[in-house]
Write a protein that binds this ligand. Sequence first.
Ligand code: SAH
Length: 349
Amino acid sequence: MPEPSDLSRELAQLIEEEGSISIERFMGAANKHYYATRDAIGAAGDFITAPEVSQMFGEIIGLALADVWQRAGKPDDAVLVELGPGRGTLADDMLRAMKVAGLTPPVHFVETSPLLRAKQAELFPDATWHETIQTLPHDRPLLIVANEFFDALPIHQLVMTFNGWRERVVRNGMDGFEPAPGEPTKYGEVPMHLRHADPGGIIESCPTARRLMRALARRLHDQGGVLLAIDYGHYGGAHGDTLQAVHAHAYADPFARPGTSDLTAHVDFSALAGSARAAGTHVAGPVEQGQWLVALGLSDRAAALSRNAPYRAGEIGQAYRRLTHPEEMGQLFKVMAVTGRNWPQPAGF
Ligand code: SAH
């Protein structure tokens, strides 16, 4: 058995003291450690994201943002904000496309990982980094992009037992960390139609994502701008346990060796849309990523790139398939737009 990491020891100690910790706390601590210690994205890492599949992804998003910006009257103080920019690839591709359309905004990154910040700084030495969204500029329109960001935020889970719904927690088991039912849930936390589910049933929510969306939507409402959230997930309905761990491009046990695999959960777009609407903003979508990219001209872009570099046509075709095919990222991944007051809606919805 491998030696337990510092993080595993810390968490085991914490659980020893408190009896258990919430899934939310476990996931938050595991991911914080994970992103701070690994450059995990890409072929050599643990998982590949759409911007790492092809430059076309970021170019289409860049053009979509440039288009709304133009229709909003080209405000010259608008800034580009990316939440969780990873290796900086998406921002690089977006800005190249935006420039062609006459948009060259200052770049603001919301990123907690020092390691990824350093990676991003190689491409963007002049960017401004933020630990949270609170320090983003307060007095100008924000063009905000979040790709595979919301799925990494810690979720809260409830599990049905023979004694009713309980919070799902993490305990120290015989073979390491294990999920277990914790305290009974507060009344009202479970939707009416799920009050009598079968034992073992799980429901989840992401309070952090909802809070964040509400705060971002308030900003868009007051300052103008748009937000594009792209992630894997669903719109409404109960989806059970979607917590998953990925390590070296394969699924892993989310409770084994925290901090060494990427923990994510399906994004509940209906919850995010609700938070955005509550702040008075307009929501479009979500629509499936494949549909959205094609509606915005991905086919033409792929054809143009292949014409310019015929020797890469096979690779470009594969990337196109990966981004759009229903069995790949095309259907599970979705795009949702939030539009600030007096701003037009982005295209493709
Ligand atoms: N958007 C990139 C990276 C996705 S991975 C891409 O598509 O390739 C998730 C990113 O979000 C990483 O950069 C990670 O460090 C960052 N991140 C995760 N939780 C965060 C938080 N709470 N605040 C800010 N950034 C966070």
